[in-house]
Write a protein that binds this ligand. Sequence first.
Ligand code: PLP
Length: 315
Amino acid sequence: MTDALVLIDPTASTIEPADLAAAQLPVTDLSAHRGDGIFETVLVTASASTRTVVSRERHFARFCASASALELPEPDPDLWDRAVEAVIAEVVAADPSIVEFGVRYAMSRGGQPAQGRSPGVDSEGVNSTGANSNNGGPQPRGWAFSVPVDETIKRARAEGVSAVSLDRGYDAYIGSKAPWLLIGAKTLSYAVNQAANRYAKQRGAEEALFVSHDGIVLEGPTANIVIRRGDRLLTPSPEAGLLSGTTQRLLFDHASALGLQAEYADLRLEDVKSGDGAWFVSSMRTAAALIELDGNPVANDEELTAAFQSVIKAG
Ligand code: PLP
């Protein structure tokens, strides 16, 4: 797949193609130092005549909600759509037979306060709270680029994954009491999620499954968890302390067509282990069956895995 990158100036409302292999971000950018920004990753499915951005609106609505939680400027739908379309056009032009790929788009707060400048304001006009002063100073930066559906994703879809449960370190439903935790915002601060993935791999599993300190199942580091119990499709409520997934909501919208009743519920590890099927769902992996949790086998509903994957890819 060809690498495509578009730089986005949210203030000037402009986009500009750029070289993904070249340096683009100043080292002073707050996304680099503080993870101070937001992002989305969308799956694009393509055929000879169509291109579908799966859950385009769900992603953009969450992007706007994340911007609001971080007090970043409200993203302009037309600008971000143009950027995503430009990346898609470049990828498809380079390989008209491509069937799927991802586009990741992000917005950073901008420059970092510089040392030795007037108190509170950096060389690019960012005040020390990190809020952009907007008076001739630096403005948020955006970018969108292509990401491949790699072999790990394909294998997870085809074979399912094992997981180990990990304590997320906070109690369920803490978000309303601690809004600064930004639970529910898709920020660029993913070091904890990456560490959880490494920790799981060191223990011989492909995935981690976060559980609240008081024992409520939350999500994976980059995916939501859904389980089937009889004809019910269950997932933890986003209010329990997790990201509200576009893929999980897409599946819930199609649940009745699959003969299932979709519900949010508090789940414990025992519920996942004893269910009639469990899946990690996210934009790029679509649905990957969870077939082993903490060394215990989990029921593998291959038929529903295939149904989930095709419903998701249809967007
Ligand atoms: N939870 C977390 C922490 C994630 O990072 C992601 C996606 O990357 C998800 C859930 C799944 O979200 P979506 O289905 O919108 O990709």
